[in-house]
Design a protein around this ligand. Structure first.
Ligand code: GLN
Length: 381
């Protein structure tokens, strides 16, 4: 087998979910809401299964969905995107794989900010590239221009920016984004912008894409996810937006990866993206209430929660909470002894110098589940 996979373990998300199923633990590890998803979107999928086609859709995606993605970005982010620049994928993970396969040439260096979704580095390697890591320091996880510039060489071609940032739940500031955009333009880099959390913000601010900065429209791949927007993670419907030559690379990489994704789900997502935003506001309000509930519960139980504005996650600083165990050990013991699954954040860092005192909790769960998890954690710590 390829050396990238030789020593590889299953992802921390898969392992934690499997362990939670095995032990019957409450799963606050892998990020997914417990609810079914917004009723109008689910109903649209049921209707599409009965009334629309269940055969191969166009490889780049249903025209209705590609159009809906553009309408949605125009409405929510004042971004001008054309349907021909949108390729529908089987989730954002496929979009990341397709982008890297399309854009990385042998020996190209790809800047990855740490912590990073664990799919990035292996995909960079498998595409023949070299991951170069730029660590972001807790608790603020800020993008420092000097640290980025130090990581660049004449072989750097790409960077991957996940904003809002999973697992931290932080959001890059306007000046940070402007600085990253400037570096991309000056150094002729392409940015893969994993913006799957664009709709999951709790600070009342609209999402601002790196793609909207000067000179970036042609050098960005913007990745989105219906799983995150509507809370239907198992649907695996995502998309990537890229213009010109970049877009050409994306759609052709996608055509021999998965070719196409389930059309009834594409219909439903297209419909969801064009429904009044009140539906998204209502869903966000429900997530915000769960977020506040877990935050208050963790606080009462003596856990220090890091500052956070987005995503479905809260991060706890174990050291600041007076716990002197590593995050992996904490996660292992919490699942077996307290019956609560979490994600140790060090699993999302590569290389030395990683923080080992932060644990991530997913809060998109019913009140009773969150309360029980907090009670268990309070008794355990
Ligand atoms: N992004 C998800 C999370 O952070 C995991 C995705 C996956 O497991 N493929 O929980």
């Amino acid at each position: 087998i390829h050396p990238v996979y030789a020593q590889m373990e299953r992802t921390v998300f898969d392992r934690m979910s499997a362990l939670a199923r095995e032990t019957g633990a409450i799963n606050l590890g892998q990020g997914f809401p417990d609810g079914p998803g917004p009723a109008p979107v689910i109903e649209a999928a049921v209707r599409a299964l009965r009334e629309k086609s269940n055969q191969y859709p166009p490889g780049a995606g249903l025209p209705e969905l590609r159009e809906a993605v553009c309408t949605y970005y125009a409405r929510r982010q004042a971004l001008e995107v054309s349907p021909q620049d949108v390729t529908v994928t089987s989730g954002a993970t496929e979009a990341i794989a397709a982008s890297l396969l399309a854009l990385v040439k042998p020996g190209d260096e790809v800047v990855l900010f740490q912590p990073a979704y664990d799919a990035y580095a292996p995909m960079v390697l498998r595409a023949g590239g070299v991951p170069v890591s730029v660590p972001l320091k807790p608790p603020r996880f800020r993008y420092e221009t000097s640290a980025i510039e130090e990581a660049l060489t004449e072989r750097t071609r790409l960077l991957i920016l996940n904003d809002p940032l999973n697992p931290a739940g932080t959001v890059a500031g306007e000046e940070e984004l402007a600085a990253i955009a400037r570096i991309c333009v000056d150094r002729d880099l392409v940015a893969i912008c994993d913006e799957v959390w664009e709709e999951v913000r709790f600070d009342g601010q609209p999402h601002r894409s790196l793609m909207s900065f000067e000179g970036m429209a042609e050098r960005c791949v913007k990745i989105g996810s219906a799983g995150k927007i509507f809370g239907v993670t198992g649907w695996k419907i995502g998309w990537m937006v890229g213009r010109g030559e970049v877009g050409h690379g994306l759609v052709h990489a996608h055509q021999f990866l998965t070719y196409a994704s389930a059309p009834p789900l594409q219909w439903a997502v297209a419909e969801g993206l064009t429904l009044p935003v009140a539906m998204l506001d209502e869903q966000r309000a429900a997530w915000a209430a769960s977020r506040a509930r877990l935050m208050a519960g963790l606080d009462r139980a003596g856990f220090i929660v890091l500052p956070n504005r987005a995503t479905w996650f809260l991060c706890v600083d174990l050291t600041a909470s007076g716990l002197h165990t590593g995050d992996r050990e904490f996660a292992e013991r919490a699942i077996r002894e307290a019956g609560v699954a979490t994600i140790p954040v060090s699993a999302l860092y590569a290389g030395e110098g990683r923080p080992e005192h932060i644990v991530r909790f997913c809060f998109t769960k019913p009140d009773a589940v969150l309360d029980e998890a907090v009670a268990r954690l309070a008794a355990f710590r």
